[in-house]
Design a protein around this ligand. Structure first.
Ligand SMILES: C[S@@+](CC[C@H](N)C(=O)[O-])C[C@H]1O[C@@H](n2cnc3c(N)ncnc32)[C@H](O)[C@@H]1O
Length: 406
């Protein structure tokens, strides 16, 4: 394993690294803010700072360009670079990257967006930063990450397979009988380039008091996208060592460089005892987009599913399919009769060619004797119904035993 943090100017220290050996470089250099960044740790025992003063934009551009050129030499042919910046110098950095890596190797401009609540300046509240993603060549390593479907996605969009017609228009794929073909298991929507990740709040456990410290979740995402386990990640402006900590947590090799000895010591301390703040917002985010009956969906917790909006019969589809057909789920609504829930779900099964469905019963009613359920449909009683029924039967028992005693 290569796991080290080096003190010094990255231009010099990168000479120690073997050429074409690095899979991913992430850099979060000074942003050309023309000020000194200072912050102290929560116990106020230590003040960390770094300078971001420049005589001119050309001076700043020269400083970065020479270092980015050296970084390119260190990358493997299928390696990638992510450069973090903001409105102060995004135009300069994009031009440098086009020049060094070639505009044809530009892959994405990631917008990292987060909430802020106050603005000391006149104008729009700035609440995003930019991360430029370039590859060294066309054959770069990339692991697609999938996210949940949005609330506006309807059941057909999730289930049906698409193809191109003779005019190259995207249409639903149909079989010879004109029936729409089932798409099989879908993983979700590929991650897009706008990332809604909360900024570290001042009380976050993960915060170490380093100015402009980035959240681990952000770095983990970048590392997962473009590297595999045991690959080598380099951060030449590592500050408090966020990239190195994320790499360690994901079982990647890493090298961090920082010209500040205090930053290097802090990084080493963090690496030996990584602390990560779980973002509730991010964790719940997936489901918080879902404005479907939250109570109903809470009954599905523990199952892997895609919530379905705008469909009368179905609340969710399980991620795992059954005999090549979708598993539909419906939760009985508060004032809905069981027979109505059964009939709506049966209808959906027929129209979606589903061979298995699950109905979660939430009310105390029974199906009329003459009523049967469609083959493949299973009815489960919700936990609250099971508990209520069990208490009810225990009450009966205690009444019986009281009668017996008297
Ligand atoms: C924006 S901070 C990085 C913050 C980091 N991403 C984190 O999460 O803590 C920029 C860092 O670059 C370092 N730096 C500035 N010039 C440098 C250079 N020539 N070589 C190495 N490090 C440098 C500063 O000391 C500072 O720690």
């Amino acid at each position: 394993m290569i796991n080290k943090i080096i003190a010094g100017d990255c231009l010099e220290k990168m000479k120690l690294i073997e050429k074409c050996s690095v899979d991913l470089i992430y850099l979060d250099p000074p942003f050309f803010t023309k000020k000194e960044h200072t912050l102290s740790n929560s116990e106020r025992t230590k003040v960390f700072s770094f300078e971001d003063f420049w005589e001119s934009d050309t001076g700043y551009a020269k400083f970065l360009k020479t270092r980015i050129e050296a970084m390119k030499d260190l990358l493997k042919e299928d390696g990638s670079i992510f450069v973090h910046c903001d409105k102060s110098a995004e135009h300069i950095i994009r031009a440098i990257l086009d020049n060094v890596f070639g505009a044809e190797n530009f892959q994405s401009e990631i917008i990292w967006s987060y909430k802020r609540w106050s603005n000391s300046k006149k104008g729009l509240l700035a609440s995003h930063q930019n991360i430029y993603f370039y590859s060294k060549s066309k054959s770069f390593k990339f692991n697609t990450i999938y996210t949940a479907y949005s609330e506006t996605t309807n059941v057909d969009q999730i289930l049906q397979r698409r193809t191109r017609d003779k005019h190259n228009k995207s249409v639903y794929d149909k079989n010879d009988a004109g029936e729409v073909k089932y798409s099989g298991q879908k993983k979700g929507v590929p991650l897009n380039d706008v990332w809604d990740i909360p900024y570290l709040n001042p009380k976050a456990k993960e915060r170490v008091g380093y100015p402009t410290q980035k959240p681990l979740i952000l770095l983990e995402r970048i590392i997962k996208l473009t590297t595999n386990e045991e690959d080598l990640v380099l951060d030449p402006f590592c500050g408090s060592g966020t990239t190195c900590v994320a790499a360690k947590l994901l079982n990647r090799n890493f090298i961090g460089i920082d010209q500040s000895i205090e930053a290097v010591q802090l990084s080493e301390r963090r690496i030996s005892n990584p602390v990560k703040t779980e973002s509730n917002l991010l964790k719940k985010g997936r489901r918080s987009y879902v404005n479907k009956d939250k109570e109903a969906l809470s009954l599905l917790s523990g199952l892997e599913y895609n919530a379905v909006q705008r469909n009368k019969g179905v609340d969710a589809i399980l991620v795992n399919s059954y005999k090549d057909s979708p598993v539909l789920v419906r939760v009985q609504k508060p004032n809905e009769r069981l027979r109505d829930a059964v009939s709506l779900l049966a209808k959906a099964m027929k129209s979606k060619k589903s061979k298995k469905s699950i109905l979660i019963q939430t009310n105390h009613d029974e199906l009329p004797k003459e009523e049967t359920v469609l083959e493949g449909m299973v009815i489960f009683k919700s936990l609250s119904i099971q508990i209520a029924s069990s208490l009810e039967s225990e009450k009966d028992l205690s009444v019986t035993s009281q009668i017996a005693l008297s």
